[in-house]
Design a protein around this ligand. Sequence first.
Ligand code: NCD
Length: 328
Amino acid sequence: MRHLLDTQTLVREDAMRILDVAEDMADTQRREVKKLPTLRGKTVVNLFFEDSTRTRISFEAAAKRLSADVINFAAKGSSVSKGESLQDTAQTLQAMGADAVVIRHGASGAPRTLATSGWITAGVVNAGDGTHEHPTQALLDAYTIRKRRFGDDSRGRDLSGISVTIVGDILHSRVARSNVWLLHTLGAEVTLVAPPTLVPQDVSRWPVRVLFDLDEALADGPDALMMLRIQLERMNAAYFPTEREYSRRWGLDARRLATLPADSIVMHPGPMNRGLEISAEAADSPRSTVLEQVTNGVSVRMAALYLLLAGVERDEDPRASTQKESTR
Ligand code: NCD
């Protein structure tokens, strides 16, 4: 693997490899000394054009536990037009000797542009691009589902036969998109539930079933119920009448929680709007995996960085690497 840009093109073998290596990483994280020497001498740059707390900190923890040097670059608020600023920034990172760039950007496709531009030789990890994808979130979600289901017996297993229902603001959610592709690749059955206004136009081309009624979806007893954050910052129109109405029809409250089978789990990528898409009872219940998802995120990101960087020598000259690739 040279980059981790999306789950739509991530093949099953690579996805399983990341999940299994993440198991090994999690084992090392239970030791007293958590730090491994694996990426000593490598430089990981966190390039964040959009706000983020948990994803940035998670990547930082992952890189540091592998002994990489970490540079945090909050590029938000640049006045240069986006294409230019990305190129300038990339060339600066190249000059600094970055081995991996973890990028979060408001524009869908920015990580792929960075990876294929020839501006840098670093491996690129997409940490969320616009409404497009957020592959490490989907990988940590799959890891969490697998761990709850199979425990210490998780290695080598996919998600065949497991049903996952994703609820809420699908339209604006890169987490939903990345999950749909990855869960499908791993054999899970995916149902999406949302108000009609928050279902993307091209959903008929996704490998999912779409429902508009949450209670109907809950009656099927999904193994995992993933509640999405209502992304108010990406909404430029009224997608639902009021927050109260949204919460009444599509929110997970104590009554709905009680209708789920005893071993179903409740997931949320965070940050949560408590009282809107998820009630406090649901968020804090023993079925909630919200904090496990955060813990697992570090192991999954360690695995991704390890697979991208361990044993890889990068060329000094980015043009050399694109030339080599084009003649291959
Ligand atoms: C998600 C994101 O930024 O896409 N959050 C995250 O990575 N922790 C989901 C969200 O913001 O709702």
